[in-house]
Design a protein around this ligand. Structure first.
Ligand code: ATP
Ligand code: MG
Length: 137
């Protein structure tokens, strides 16, 4: 059984959409096995998104991720990484399939409501960035 790291981003927590987004994960068969609300510093957001540090939107992305609290969570299920990304929809909400989180809730390609790990290696790294083994139940 697979695990993935999910973040409900500031645009979504600000609009009180946490529950609606979690409901979509649960309906898809993903289980929340760890969760907390935290307010990232810009430096912490920068470390999390360091793979994007050469991209033109990096600074804006870090500012955004530190602008309001986020909800970080570990989702578990069969094929959790790809299932979560299916539920999330395309990065740009204009391209996201109907019924996906980003189609319904995202405001723009940057303020796109959710993050999900993209591979088993990054999932393991991202989970350990936010959670200790004792917190995964
Ligand atoms: P995430 O990694 O957050 O799950 P993703 O894998 O769909 O999203 P990435 O290409 O990894 O997309 O980009 C990471 C994040 O950077 C995006 O979710 C979005 O918030 C932001 N981003 C990506 N492309 C742009 C862009 N062209 N302009 C502004 N922000 C962007
Ligand atoms: Mg990504």
């Amino acid at each position: 059984i697979e695990r993935t790291l999910s973040i409900i981003k500031p645009d979504a927590t600000k609009r009180n959409l946490t529950g609606k987004i979690i409901a979509k994960f649960e309906e898809a068969g993903l289980r929340v096995i760890a969760q907390k609300r935290i307010h990232l510093t810009k430096a912490q957001a920068g470390t999390f998104y360091v793979v994007h540090k050469e991209r033109p939107f990096y600074d804006e992305l870090c500012e955004f991720m530190a602008s309001e609290p986020v909800v970080v969570q570990v989702l578990e299920g069969e094929g959790a990484i790809s299932k979560n990304r299916e539920v999330m929809g395309a990065t740009n909400p204009a391209d996201a399939a109907e019924g996906t989180v980003r189609a319904e809730f995202a405001e723009s390609v940057g303020e796109n409501s959710v993050h999900g790990s993209d591979a088993p290696e990054t999932a393991a790294e991202e989970i350990s960035y936010f959670f200790s083994g004792l917190e995964l139940v």
